[in-house]
Design a protein around this ligand. Sequence first.
Ligand code: FES
Length: 124
Amino acid sequence: MIGWHKALPSAALPAGTLGSAVVAGRKVLLARLDDGTVTAARAMCPHQGADLSLGMLYFDAVDCPLHHYVYDLRTGRNRYPRNVYPAEMKESVADQQLYPVKEDDGWIWVKDPEARVDPHATSD
Ligand code: FES
C-alpha cells in the first residue's frame, strides 16, 4: 500500500468520536461519523490554527474549540460562519483539507497527508 500510513487502530475510534494521529510527521484529525464512516483531515483549523481534534463532532462536522467555525468532514466545506455571512464574504472563509483514508486489517490508514481528497470525484 504505497503512500498509506497506519494511523490508529480501528477499535480506538468509536462512532461519534474524534481522534488524532501523527502521520508522516503531520498531525491528522480522525473522525468516525455516526454511520461508521471514517474521515481524515488536517488537524489545524484554517482560521487561526487551533487543534481541531480538541473540538466537538456533531452532524458529520467538527466544531473548532477556539472560535467555533464548523467544517463538514465529508466535504471539507466550512458550514459556519459561511452559512451566515453575507454573499460577498462567504468565499473568504477557507475550507478544511481532507485526506484519503481507509480501514484495513483492524487499522485506520491515511494516505500521504499532502494528498487532497476531491469531494466531487467519483469512486470509479
Ligand atoms: S481557530 Fe478555529 S475557528 Fe478560529
